[in-house]
Design a protein around this ligand. Structure first.
Ligand code: ATP
Length: 297
């Protein structure tokens, strides 16, 4: 699958504050790509750079294999902060104004209102809208011009649970229409529920990137190996804590439902049972472990 967006070693300094440190990853077409990280990890900076609002200190990025251009940016709808709608005008009027500013026809206004489930309320004043409806109207505005790529910064921030659920459903619906959605979030749970892919940032450093199903694995796997594999298996039978064990010719994998116990304990247990390990490795981090590392708690 072609990458819609590719970041190559993006670094950004604000004065001597390092906000992004040599970050590289690709966003596959059709993905809902979450940029996950706590406050101050560099998410907004990254989105600002790919939208040409900010300039990277070094590194480069491409959309569809091409350096960013005004033409390319027309294919991208962005919601970086809540746009300024007129409170005393209807949703419909507000979108007509947005369409005019963006140089798009009015004919799409009804369409985008339907997409975000606001068509029935299109004549109501913006001031009568709930926060969730306001956010959906902002997304409707992004959809004018039918962009292939949507970029949202914390799209559910500040909303109540109903508003959050509506925005998440809308994002998933837009994805089924083939849009690529790049969204920043500080909520692990949100990325797990909404995104197909994720890049995890911590203080400007990319911890990992890939499919949610591979990165956010709710399991630790410890691989162990020894010259005497049968003896190793016997020794592991008296080890506590893991939920299951799988075996190949060269390694045994111990699966932990949560966070694995310390590798030292496993090593010591095997040694005490007469087995010297020649391989001991933590393969995947659990969701909790990842999150703890992320938030630094
Ligand atoms: P948040 O969710 O709080 O917006 P974020 O992950 O989007 O966080 P950024 O806003 O990109 O993070 O900030 C990354 C780092 O860069 C932080 O240390 C922040 O203080 C710093 N920073 C951001 N903007 C500026 C600026 N204009 N001048 C100086 N430092 C900045």
């Amino acid at each position: 699958m072609q990458n819609v967006l590719q970041l190559n070693g993006i670094t950004k300094y604000y004065g001597n504050i390092l906000a992004l440190n040599n970050v590289s990853f690709g966003v596959p077409a059709g993905s809902v790509f979450g940029i996950l990280g706590p406050n101050g990890s560099g998410k907004t900076t990254m989105l600002g750079i790919v939208m040409n609002i900010l300039r990277a200190s070094s590194g480069s990025f491409e959309f569809y294999g091409q350096p960013s251009s005004a033409e390319m940016r027309k294919k991208i709808g962005t919601l970086l902060e809540t746009p300024n709608f007129y409170h005393y005008l209807s949703a419909d009027k507000n979108l007509r104004i947005a369409a005019e500013i963006k140089g798009k026809g009015f004919d799409q206004v009804d369409d985008v209102l339907k997409k975000v489930n606001l068509y029935e309320r299109k004549s109501s004043k913006f001031s009568t809208y709930s926060l969730g409806m306001k956010q959906r109207l902002a997304i409707a505005s992004c959809l004018l011009g039918n962009p292939d790529v949507l970029i949202f910064d914390e799209p559910t921030n500040g909303l109540d649970p109903v508003g959050i659920a509506e925005i998440r459903d809308l994002i998933k619906r837009l994805a089924t229409e083939g849009k690529t959605i790049i969204m920043a979030s500080h909520l692990l749970d949100e990325v797990e529920k909404v995104c197909t892919h994720v890049a995890i940032l911590k203080r400007g450093n990319l911890l990992t990137a890939g499919k949610v199903s591979e990165v956010l694995v709710n399991e630790d796997i410890v691989e162990v190996g020894a010259a005497n594999m049968d003896g190793l298996e016997t020794a592991l039978q008296s080890l506590n804590g893991y939920t299951s064990l799988t075996k190949t010719d060269t390694v045994i994998q111990l699966h932990y439902g949560g966070i694995a116990g310390s590798l030292e304990n496993i090593n010591r247990h095997c040694f005490d049972n007469g087995i010297v390990l020649n391989h001991l490795q933590l393969k995947k981090k659990s969701l909790e472990a990842m999150f703890l590392e992320l938030t630094g708690n």
